[in-house]
Design a protein around this ligand. Structure first.
Ligand SMILES: *Cc1c(COP(=O)(O)O)cnc(C)c1O
Ligand SMILES: [Zn+2]
Length: 416
């Protein structure tokens, strides 16, 4: 019984319906194989619609979900006749109700449910800001304990659309620590008794939650898009879009050609762009992210600065790019800011820095002829509507319960 199994993409070993991040035999990603082979939309307001392909028993009834609409003004400016925007954020006029303003909430709801159904009491995760905010919000809604480790640069992103609850345990890291330091500290805290690591890209609930952006687009458009644009830091969203399109292809009603992944990173920190350009499955730190910490500090879209992305692992971003004949872009701060201003003035909603990077990549793709003017394009704006939200709702800052000097700090000192 159950709704799915987990299957290793390398050795093929199958595991039952349980929370599991790794294979016993190798380091490949596991994938959820759902017994429902055709997408059957549920009568739910948000992400719960896509229950067929979420690894949980109970249908999610949150109003948070992806939306897809056909762009007019911005599309005309670019000379595109079939530009669709996937928007994850707050934009009530278009039916978008993600009050933490990014697609990280699309993963937070199913992850929390997945873990609850597996008996977990407390979840540990690292965040550059947006994931932490999304999971803190879901913790406030459900009462599940979360331990969130955030670098200095992310603390200001830890606000909530409601009063913070006792179930949220925010650990900040002192100056000089970046997102990857937060990942390392979270990994140590997750080994304490009673704690469960959220697992990042290894968690199928995370990937399949993010994949609903592609599902929503396919359902709205009536078929899969030809191209999928997104800004990536870990690349999990790109992997998720690819996996969602594999399921849509198997469904049979949404076309047979996989959307071409067109993904962007933000200069100067562009390790996956560099590795992909060089035709390599491996990221070589000395070549692809020399002076990484300095580069990270200089990067405008800070949520895109993961030093250990699931790129080369089996089932990771490299495989997704190969399978879809993908393209990667490196976008400057200036290009991102220009694209942001253009988009916001024409479409009438504010977007977060990574979405500006994705938008700039689309502008580049049009210029380079990497999309045809009548091709069906999905631009995944994974975060936006923050300014719009502030007009409607008073936001509350989450206070850290502890601060860590470095990722190797003795855990007793944190007193969590
Ligand atoms: C996290 C995030 C991204 C990058 O996501 P990946 O995990 O690299 O796919 C892009 N945009 C926004 C708004 C994000 O929060
Ligand atoms: Zn295996």
């Amino acid at each position: 019984m159950g709704r799915f199994i987990l299957k290793c993409l390398k050795c093929g070993k199958e595991y039952g319906q349980q929370y599991r991040l790794t294979c016993e035999n190798d380091d490949s990603l596991l994938r959820a194989i759902y017994f429902e082979e055709k997408l059957e939309l549920r009568n739910q307001p948000g992400i719960g619609k896509f229950h067929s392909w979420l690894p949980i028993e109970k249908e999610l009834d949150t109003e948070a979900g992806p939306i897809t609409y056909k762009s007019e003004a911005f599309a005309r400016e670019l000379g595109l006749s079939n530009l669709y925007i996937g928007f994850s954020g707050y934009w009530p006029e278009r039916g978008a109700f993600i009050k933490t303003c990014s697609f990280k909430e699309l993963e937070a709801h199913p992850i929390m449910q997945f873990l609850l159904e597996n008996g977990a009491k407390a979840i540990v995760l690292a965040s550059a800001g947006n994931t932490g905010r999304a999971s803190a919000h879901v913790s406030a809604l459900t009462g599940t304990d979360v331990y969130i480790v955030v670098p200095d640069s992310g603390i200001e992103k830890l606000w909530l659309p409601e009063e913070p609850t006792e179930s949220i345990h925010l650990i900040s890291m002192g100056p000089g620590n970046d997102y990857t330091d937060a990942i390392n500290l979270a990994g140590r805290i997750a080994k304490l008794p009673g704690m469960v690591p959220e697992g990042g890209a290894r968690n199928v609930a995370r990937r399949d939650g993010m994949g609903t952006v592609m599902l929503d687009a396919a359902v709205t458009i009536g078929r899969m898009p030809d191209h999928y644009f997104q800004a990536v830091g870990s690349g999990t969203g790109g992997i998720s879009a690819w996996e969602a399109s594999l399921r849509l292809r198997a469904d049979g009603r949404f076309g047979s050609k996989l959307p071409k992944l067109q993904l962007a990173q933000n200069l100067p920190f562009v390790p996956m762009y560099n590795a992909w350009k060089a035709g390599r499955r491996e990221i070589i730190p000395e070549i692809d992210m020399k002076d990484a910490k300095k580069q990270v500090e200089e990067t405008y879209a800070s949520v895109l600065t993961n030093r250990t992305p699931p790129y080369g692992v089996t089932g990771g971003l490299y495989d997704a790019l190969v399978d879809t004949n993908g393209i990667m872009y490196a976008i400057t701060r200036e290009e991102a800011l220009e694209a942001k201003a253009l988009f916001e003035s024409l479409e009438g909603i504010d977007i977060l820095p990574p979405s500006a990077v994705a938008t700039a990549a689309l502008l580049k793709a049009v210029e380079a002829g990497n999309v045809g003017k009548d091709d069906i394009i999905l631009l995944n704006l994974a975060g936006g509507g923050y300014k719009r939200l502030k007009k409607d709702i008073k936001l509350h800052q989450i206070q850290p319960v502890a601060t860590a000097r470095n990722p190797d700090i003795p855990l007793e000192e944190l007193n969590i």
